[in-house]
Ligand binder design. Structure first.
Ligand SMILES: *Cc1c(COP(=O)(O)O)cnc(C)c1O
Length: 396
């Protein structure tokens, strides 16, 4: 995929990604030529659509070692997360229920747990260490007789930290509780296997892997153990009754093609991206003293750099960079809410440090040249802002 170079240089691939041209061309026929409804199987249009969707389901499943019938298509990871957490809670409504999760989870996970808490569930929010890591033993220690499920994200959207998913899955299986992972950032970037990792529920989304927006999936294990969810969206009984509504056929085709491309090129691409990240980190380290990396230095996604730059306000830096580089002050959702990042807070950063932090996310279209230009711009604007600060008496 070689896009036309565009300015500002986009370094926010954890918020979203452009649709890969191969994905787009796979999708196009399903808008106006093969427009059948996969539920209308009495004629050829419907049957064709049905077959294509089922082959896409197989591709998504095989990306995580899952059976196709355990894949449920949704409108994205937010919906998948809501369906998993609320669906499980409402399916067990009569019981005393306890859940375990982590303070650094995505808002969709935390807010879904808050919702079921207000309906009577008990939820334990585990802390992380100052690198953003969770120890599987913390999960073991938090399990109670009434614990239903533990939810731990595979890779973090702000700091890129990769949790020990296999070890956590083993702990959950040993203690007979379900294990859910929000794999939206990890899917297509690191190896995931629901069998080897004992994952019972997994969420992912196409637009984080060069697929279209508005399509995602929930992996929901249907045997050993059988996970039962109460649906949130009722209607025609699509997706085995788990999620009604006419399927987004072009989206599903695009999602499957995007997953295929990501998994096939995973090792080479992650190696390339890691090189670019190390290069940018070095460039910045050399010219900006006291720069600090947030999150574990090795156990993180190849493309993620979350940096605290003392003496600058990240909002001011991002505005100063507006014409040259597009970076983020954290997760897109947090930015909309203008709240300091709950992830960086969980790492023990002060408010001042949080407000001096930026997230850089390198992606598939990123080139070495772009990294060099971005590095120069970030250094120049940082120095300018730091001097401005010194002359006016500093931040806060
Ligand atoms: C982007 C993201 C989500 C939300 O996904 P959508 O498909 O945009 O709803 C959930 N969790 C993580 C970790 C994410 O990065």
């Amino acid at each position: 995929m070689r896009h036309q170079p565009r300015t500002p240089i986009y370094l926010d691939f954890q918020a979203t990604t452009p649709v890969d041209e191969r994905v787009l061309s796979a999708m196009l026929p399903y808008f106006s030529t093969n427009y059948g409804n996969p539920a209308s199987r009495e004629h050829l249009y419907g049957r064709e659509a049905h077959l294509t969707v089922e082959s896409a389901r197989e591709k998504i499943g095989s990306a995580i070692g899952a059976k196709p019938q355990d894949i449920c298509f949704t409108s994205g990871a937010t919906e998948s997360i809501n369906l998993a957490i609320k669906g499980l809670f409402f399916n067990n409504y009569e019981k005393d229920q306890h859940y375990i999760t982590v303070l650094t989870e995505h808002r969709a996970v935390l807010d879904s747990f808050r919702m079921i808490e207000s309906d009577g569930a008990k939820v334990t929010y585990l802390p992380v260490d100052n690198q953003g890591m969770i120890d599987p033993q913390q999960i073991a220690a938090a399990i109670r007789p009434e614990t239903i499920m533990a939810s731990v994200m595979a890779a973090n959207n702000e700091i890129g930290v990769i949790q020990p998913i296999k070890e956590i899955g083993a702990v959950c299986r040993t203690h007979n509780i379900l294990f859910m992972t929000d794999a939206t950032q990890a899917f297509g970037k690191i190896k995931l296997n629901v069998q080897e990792m004992n994952i019972d529920l997994l969420t992912c989304s196409a637009h984080k892997i060069y697929g279209p927006k508005g399509i995602g999936a929930l992996y929901c294990r249907r045997s050993m153990p059988r996970v039962q969810l109460r649906p949130i969206i009722s209607g025609g009984g699509h997706e085995r009754g788990l999620r009604s509504g006419t399927l987004n056929v072009p989206g599903i085709i695009g999602f499957a093609r995007a997953a295929e491309i990501a998994v096939k090129g995973m090792n080479a691409e992650q190696t390339r991206i890691l090189k670019l990240r190390n290069m940018l980190h070095e460039i910045l380290n050399k010219s900006i003293p006291d720069i600090r990396l947030n999150g574990h230095s090795e156990r993180r996604l190849a493309g993620n750099l979350n940096l605290t730059i003392p003496g600058i306000e990240s909002e001011a830096l991002i505005i100063a960079l507006n014409e040259t580089v597009a970076v983020s002050s954290g997760s897109a959702c947090t930015t909309a809410a203008i709240e300091p990042s709950h992830v960086l807070r969980a790492l023990g950063l002060s408010d001042t440090e949080i407000h001096s932090s930026i997230r850089i996310a390198i992606g598939r279209p990123t080139t070495k040249e772009e990294i060099e230009i971005a590095g120069k711009s970030i250094i120049a604007e940082t120095k300018r802002l730091q001097e401005l600060c010194l002359n006016t008496g500093g931040v806060n």
